[in-house]
Design a protein around this ligand. Structure first.
Ligand code: ARG
Length: 240
C-alpha cells in the first residue's frame, strides 16, 4: 500500500522552534497562520481576520507563538487588526493584514522575527521556497494539525498561474508555488495567513502569504500567495 507522507500537503513535521516566527492566528472557530515581523506585529492574510466584510473584533483573536505545537504555544492578545484598504474578498486581492499585539514579544530561541523582503525583491521561477502551517494535510481531511508542518514548493511563473486562475484572481501582487504537473505539494485550509518563506543567504524572508488555491495539492492548481514586496511600504506604515 502506498501511504503518502502527506503533511501540510506533501511536507514534513517541523522541529521545535525551526520557524520561530510562526504564529497561530485563531478565533474560536477559525485557524490561520501568521509571521512575526517585529516584537509587536504579526503579518497574516486579510481573509483570516475579516468575516462577512467586517474586521473581527481584536478581542476575539488570539495569537500563539513560541512552539511548533499549537497546544504549547504561548497566547497573546491583540490590540489592533489592520486590513489592507484594498482587500477584496471576492477576488482575494490584497489579502494582507497586520495584527498589533497588546504586549511586546520577548525574543528567545523559539520567538524571533522573520525578515520582510525589499520592496523591489523578485521571486525567481523555479526557486524553492517553503510554506508552513498547521492546516490540513489533505483537502479531504477536516482536522488541522497540532504540530507545525512545512513543505518545499517551487515558484511557478505568473503566466502559468494567471492562465490557471484568471487575471481577476491572480494579479501582479500574487505569486504562486507548487508542482503544476504532479501536484502533491501545497499549503491548504488552515495554513492561510502563514508565510511562503524564501531563503537568501543566511536569512529567511517572507515573500508570500498563504491566500487561496483550487483544492489543495491538485495538479494544475498551485497554491496562490499574496506577494509581499509590493506591500512592504504599507506594512511599514502600519507599524510606525
Ligand atoms: N484559504 C485557505 C485558508 O483559509 C488557504 C488555502 C490555500 N490553498 C492552497 N491550495 N494553497 O486556510
Amino acid at each position: 500500500m502506498y501511504v503518502a507522507s502527506s503533511r501540510i500537503v506533501g511536507g514534513d513535521a517541523s522541529a521545535e522552534c525551526q520557524f520561530p516566527w510562526m504564529a497561530v492566528v485563531g478565533t474560536r472557530s477559525s485557524l490561520c497562520g501568521g509571521s512575526i515581523i517585529d516584537d509587536r506585529h504579526v503579518l497574516t492574510a486579510a481573509h483570516c481576520v475579516v468575516r462577512r466584510n467586517v474586521v473581527v473584533n481584536p478581542r476575539l483573536l488570539t495569537i500563539g507563538v513560541g512552539s511548533s505545537r499549537r497546544n504549547r504555544a504561548r497566547r497573546f492578545r491583540v490590540s489592533q487588526v489592520t486590513v489592507h484598504p484594498q482587500y477584496r474578498s471576492s477576488s482575494f486581492s490584497n489579502d494582507v493584514a497586520v495584527i498589533t499585539l497588546r504586549r511586546r514579544l520577548q525574543w528567545s530561541q523559539c520567538v524571533r522575527p522573520v525578515c520582510l523582503p525589499d520592496q523591489l525583491d523578485t521571486a525567481l521561477v523555479g526557486q524553492i521556497c517553503v510554506a508552513a502551517g498547521w492546516g490540513l494535510t489533505n483537502e479531504k481531511n477536516s482536522r488541522a494539525e497540532n504540530n507545525l508542518r512545512s513543505v518545499k514548493v517551487p515558484i511557478v511563473s505568473s503566466g502559468t498561474c494567471r492562465r490557471i486562475y484568471g487575471s481577476r484572481n491572480f494579479d501582479t501582487n500574487n505569486i504562486c508555488a507548487g508542482d503544476v504537473r504532479a501536484g502533491g505539494i501545497d499549503s491548504c485550509r488552515g495554513d492561510s495567513g502563514g508565510p511562503l518563506m524564501c531563503s537568501s543567504g543566511t536569512q529567511w524572508k517572507v515573500m508570500g502569504i498563504v491566500s487561496f488555491g483550487r483544492g489543495c495539492g491538485r495538479r494544475r492548481a498551485p497554491g496562490v500567495y499574496a506577494f509581499v514586496p509590493p506591500y512592504v511600504s504599507w506594512i511599514n506604515s502600519v507599524r510606525s
